[in-house]
Design a protein around this ligand. Structure first.
Ligand code: PBG
Length: 322
């Protein structure tokens, strides 16, 4: 035998030397949930160690994440039902606590990057990402609402707009709205290939944003399709996206690789709530080793081609690396 691949695995030092994939804290974006009020830290049943924070406590949490070496965050609002309506008007209301929080966080931590969520579901009485008219999600009537939401977030000082709604043409419309209002440096990380997935369940628990009727299959992608992700990617590029996202991550590693090979833009992947919950559940039962399992998962997402990973494991990873 001339070739003995095991020689490159013989010691830890050799394995480090030949390792092809290196996961860094800088690659990660940590998702955080916010609720209105003061001194609140509400647990999320299906997402152990994740909380819905009021702003005062959230600022402390961000500070402690910063000390661990994290500097990228994405913020999601959990909104009371009485503030929800068909047109998601609370999403751009001047007194919206989410917009106030963006302003405060950016004031306290100007060097951290903060990403938003643009979609109607956290504010919609229908629980859909777009406007429901006669039982259907109306694409073109949703766009102005999404633009107004994005503009309000830009006004509050957000660094990166994250349209997660999957309406056609929304990236271009948001880009135009931002530019017209002189927010030329506000970035867009588009949820480019977002699939109609069963893995969002725990997140919808956290936000109480489950659709009131029907599902999201007329706007989110069909899990059977990969080539279609190229159509979405091409459109998002033309429309002005700065970063393309694939979501979920673990069941879509092939899609991550496809977009990485076919785009020159940075690629991100969202390691979603259900992917987080299942590792926690198995570890709780003693069936999987927690640290080793999530490390393998995050590494595989990076190996598949993701430059950036949105993950609820970010804080545990940062602690692990310290
Ligand atoms: C909603 C949105 C969802 C997630 C992020 N933004 C859920 C959905 O589309 O129903 C899911 C994130 C996760 O599961 O961690 N626009």
């Amino acid at each position: 035998m001339n070739q003995r691949p095991r020689r490159n695995r013989k010691t830890s030092a050799v394995r480090e030397m030949v390792a092809e994939t290196h996961l860094k804290k800088e690659d990660l974006i940590y998702p955080l949930f916010i609720i209105d009020g003061v001194n609140k830290k509400k647990s999320i049943h299906s997402m152990p160690n994740c909380y819905r924070w009021s702003l005062d406590l959230l600022l402390n949490e961000i500070e402690s994440c910063g000390k661990l070496g994290l500097s990228n965050f994405v913020l999601f609002p959990s909104v009371e039902n009485n503030l929800k309506d068909k047109k998601a008007t609370y999403s751009y209301h001047p007194k919206n606590f989410y917009l106030k929080a963006i302003k405060e966080i950016k004031k306290e931590f100007p060097d951290f990057s903060l990403m938003s969520d643009v979609a109607m579901d956290p504010y919609s009485s229908d629980g859909h990402d777009g406007l429901v008219i006669k039982g259907e999600i109306d694409n073109d009537e949703s766009i102005p609402i999404l633009c107004e939401m994005a503009l309000a977030q830009a006004n509050a000082g957000i660094d990166i707009i994250g349209p997660s709604d999957m309406m056609d043409g929304r990236v271009g419309a948001i880009r135009e709205t931002l530019d017209e209002n002189n927010f030329i440096n506000t970035s867009i990380m588009s949820y480019t290939a977002k699939y109609a997935s069963a893995f969002y369940g725990p997140f919808r628990d956290a936000l109480n944003s489950e659709p009131k009727h029907g599902d999201k299959k007329t706007y989110q992608m069909d899990p059977r399709n990969r080539t279609e992700s190229l159509v979405e990617a091409e459109l998002d590029e033309i429309e002005g996206a700065d970063i393309l996202m694939i979501k979920p991550a673990l069941s879509y590693l092939d899609v991550i690789q496809t977009l990485k090979k076919n785009s020159n833009l940075p690629i991100s992947a969202y390691n979603v709530s259900g992917e987080y919950a299942m590792i926690h559940a198995a570890a709780e039962k003693g069936w999987l080793d927690y640290d080793n399992t999530y490390l393998e998962v995050l590494t595989s997402i990076k190996r598949a081609g993701a430059d950036i990973i949105l993950t609820y494991f970010a804080k545990d990873f940062a602690k692990f690396k310290n």
